[in-house]
Ligand binder design. Structure first.
Ligand code: TXA
Ligand code: MG
Length: 313
């Protein structure tokens, strides 16, 4: 299959309408979209990514009426979070209506929904005229793409189209919150911080493995975010003497004898550049990537989550 690369929203939307799969930018990471009501089209997403079929997809909407159509209703906690944080880097898990096919939800009774804040993303959904199911547009297990070129690197020849946009703003995926339970549970940390959500829903809790046997967000049990290089987490003060081709990313570092080094202004920049740095290191055939451990506050929670998963792999 030839992958068309375009800046035209109409051309990209036409592929979705005709049952194709299209990569598109959002404020978090690039997604891989198909018409959420079209089972055959959604199946193509799983094939293109090599994604396990037990991992549900987020459905991206352009407005509230689409959310009402695909859920059984918006409860009080969901309403509070939607009013304050939509559109934005937040996904809410709600009970799904019959309109959402099983394949989208991996057979669960729920559906993850979000309205992206990037205008280009909402324009694409509106032009397609249907909610779009979309995971991150990477080969399963690889870091999520934050540029259209990274999408091309993973999926060229496997998808119909890439809608070109700017590099993404947050660089980490959306925060996923289960609103079917009281209190709501953060299943995956992401672009929207716990601190901000707690201002609106004070009893919101972070999921921890000991809360239950299985993570409710099936994606959390799969291998994730890993570059080919080995990822090693280090303290700010650590003295590193690399013996192999090595890279460093963080905020402070005394040494400079790395093949590739990225010193960021702050946590937000660290989060925004991490996945692209992983890919750049792989392109340069780096063997070890040293990543600075940071304080788990604000966006630091999501960043440390991704770093730990990458280091485990
Ligand atoms: O920022 C994002 O969320 C990006 C952009 C493209 O929107 N999308 C994204 O999708 O990261 P994906 O598929 O790579 O990650 C979705 C996560 C997975 O961990 C999945 O298991 C979880 O959300 N999820 C989706 N639907 C769910 C549901 N009904 N119940 C529990 N978890 C769900
Ligand atoms: Mg993903």
């Amino acid at each position: 299959m030839k992958t068309i690369i375009t800046k035209s929203i109409k051309e990209a939307a036409d592929f979705i309408v005709r049952g194709g799969v299209v990569a598109f930018p959002t404020e978090t990471v690039y997604g891989l979209a198909a018409n959420a009501f079209d089972v055959a089209a959604v199946a193509k997403i799983f094939t293109a990514k090599g994604r396990p079929s037990d991992n549900p997809l987020i459905v991206h909407c352009s407005d509230i009426s689409q959310i009402e159509e695909i859920t059984t209703g918006i409860n009080e906690n969901a309403r509070l979070l939607i009013d304050k944080f939509f559109p934005g880097p937040l996904t809410l898990v709600l009970n799904r209506s019959k309109k959402i096919p099983d394949i989208v939800s991996a057979g669960l009774g729920t559906v993850g929904i979000r309205i992206p804040s990037l205008q280009l993303a909402r324009d694409l959904i509106a032009a397609a005229g249907v909610p779009i199911a979309a995971p991150s547009a990477n080969i399963s297990g690889k870091p999520s793409p934050t540029t259209w070129q990274a999408v091309q690197e993973d999926l060229d020849g496997r998808i119909d189209c890439i809608l070109q946009g700017e590099p993404t703003i947050f660089g980490l995926e959306s925060t996923v919150v289960d609103c079917t339970v009281e209190p709501p549970v953060i299943l995956r940390s992401g672009g929207l911080t716990y601190e901000k959500m707690a201002q609106v829903v004070p009893n919101i809790v972070q999921f921890t493995a000991k809360d239950g046997a299985l993570p409710k967000s099936p994606g959390l049990k799969h291998k994730h975010y890993s570059p080919n290089a080995k990822v090693v987490l280090v303290d700010a003060k650590a003295v590193i003497s690399p013996t192999e081709k090595a890279a460093f990313i963080g905020i402070e570092q005394q040494n400079s004898n790395f093949e590739l080094i990225r010193l960021c202004q702050d946590k937000a920049e660290y989060a925004a550049t991490l996945f692209e740095f992983f890919r750049e290191a792989d392109r340069k055939n780096i063997k070890v990537i040293y990543c600075q451990i940071i304080e788990e506050k604000g966006i630091g929670v999501a960043l440390m989550d991704r770093l730990r998963r990458a280091a485990e792999a």
